[in-house]
Structure formats: C-alpha cells, structure tokens
Design a protein around this ligand. Sequence first.
Ligand SMILES: [Zn+2]
Ligand SMILES: [Zn+2]
Length: 363
Amino acid sequence: MHAWVVNPPVSGVHLEKVPDPAPGPDEVKVRVLECGLCGTDREIVAGRYGSPPPGRKGLVLGHENFGEVVEVGRSVQDLRVGDEVVATVRRGCGICRFCRTQRSDFCETGLFTERGIKGRDGYLAEFYVDRPEYLVRVPRPHRLSAVLLEPLSVAEKAVQQAKRILDRSELTPGCDAGRPRKALVVGTGAMGMLSALVLAAEGFEVTAMDPRGEKTSASTVLSGIGAKYRDGSPGLSVLGSERFDLVLEAAGSAALDFELTTLLAPNGCLLLLGLPGDIGKPFPLAGGEIVQRLVLQNQAIVGSVNANRRYFELGLRHLTAFRRRWGTVAEQLVSQRLPWTDFESVVTGRRPSGIKCVLTIGG
Ligand SMILES: [Zn+2]
Ligand SMILES: [Zn+2]
C-alpha cells in the first residue's frame, strides 16, 4: 500500500510503498477515507517534532482520521466490516496509574506513543490496523464531520477541564443562574472553532477572537451559532472592558497568553491549548502584577493536551447536538477537501487559507 512517510528530524515528506498491514485475531483493518491536516503535521514535516517507531527511520504521518472497517480479526466482537470509525491517537505507557485506567492523556511518565506523531505509525496511509478499544464507531449522519472528531476530542477535554475549575466554588459566577458564563476563545483555526461550538452548546456566551485577523469563514460560522467574532489584529483593546469567566487560548503565543490574564473575570480560568510558536524568544513580563491578580481574584491558569476515548464519545454526542441546533455547522469547518496526492504541496505551503483542510485517501 502507499503512505506518506517522514524521517524525523529530517524535513520533508514522501509518498512511499510500505507493507500492507494484516490484522491479528484481536485487531481490525481499516481503509482510511479521510485525514485532517493540522499544525502538528506541519511541525513534523518541517523536522521540528515527531519520532519514528523504535528501530526505524520512517514514520507514517497523520493523526486526524476517518475510515471504514474492511477486515475483522476472529476474536473481535464489537466491530463489523463496513463500520465507519475514528481511531484515537495516544497509546498509553502501560506503567503509570493513568495509562492503566484508559486515561493516557494524563500520562505521568511521558513514555506514551502517539500514532502519526511519536513512535507509532499514523493514518495517512491506505490502511491501518488497530484494536477495537482504540476505535470509535461513527453513526452515518456524522460521516462528513467525522474527520473532525480527533481535534474535537481535544476541545472537549479542554472545556470539561475548564468547567471543573470554574465549578470549584458553587458560587462561581454562572453557577448561581444569575447570568450565563462568558467565554473568550482566542484563535479561530479548527481548534478554536471546535472549542467555540462546544462552549456554545454547553451554554456559555461565546466571543471568539482571531489575533491575526485572517479572512476565513470563521465569522460566518460564529454568527450562525450566536457567538460574537472579533478581529484581534489591533490588540486586546478591541475587547474594551469586557471580562470573561473562561479564556480558552488556541493561538500559540506565549507573550499573548500572559496578556490574556488581564481579560479574566474574578474566579476566572485561562485554559491554554496552543503550543507557543515564540519559544526561545524572551519578552518583557509584568510578572508581579499578573501573580497579584491571580491571587487576589482566585484565578487559574491551566494547560490541557490530548484526549482519551471518553472525550471522543462526548464529541460524537456534541456532533449530534450541533446538528440539532445549528444544522451543518460542523461540516462548514472543513474548508477544503483535496486528494491526498496533493499532501506535500499543502503541508509545505504557506498558512492554510481556511479553517480545516482534509485529504481524501485512495480513489
Ligand atoms: Zn491535529
Ligand atoms: Zn502513562
């Protein structure tokens, strides 16, 4: 079969012939239908991230996936040929208490692997095999948005983490039914937009700000779900004196992250999802003022990464809720569907012009 292969830390990516995988008795074989492209793929292709499986030079890329079961091992009971599935990405270390209880997103050893990213082949191939515990069956009505389920799971986990922090006092604003909680989403790429959808579905009053002021369909999608859009290119002053119970960051700038603490309401939470693109670039920081505000106003800063299977399942329930409330809003986040043979030019090209680029695999 064919697969897109990288050789980290060497930059570049090649469509290569690799062995066709055969499922063991407790595995299924999946024909890949679609793969989403994200910043992590770009980083790996640029040679800045990623590692091949042990003893190999090449890594099959791709982690945002959607496919169809084509073969089932003889001891598999939960899946059948023809089922459409999305695979989770992280595989636990098998050692720590979190990985041993299906919560590898909280792995303590760092010895986990991730398909298409760290030590394990990914899904940008014609086929893959895996065990059913890592595969989430997707109902037919969601087949056009299923490829978003992996990034959606990351947004789901982030929002659930933030809600637990906001709920740490029953008197946190919003819990007393006095007013809806206000959320600011920073970044209107796929991760920001999926977070905005989840937050709106969870009853938050949502504003989403694009710090770069890029012209995408984000503002149209946001108005469709009753959320506000702000072009943040002039700076945070565009938000005036507005303050937010939750600021969810999906923009990837450390300097901006600290600035965002000024937008938190008392008892608020800043949740960080973006990996900083400005790593290694020092910037001036009014640290004392930031810490003083955090202490005097019970505020929290927390990071969130990855998601376990539970959040993929929550994502599926939310896809149903999105459809019921807002029609095809999730599908609208897929701004481009291209044949996978175009992958190299897309991944090495300049910034994507839309929200989410999806590659269709095979014929
Ligand atoms: Zn991704
Ligand atoms: Zn672990």
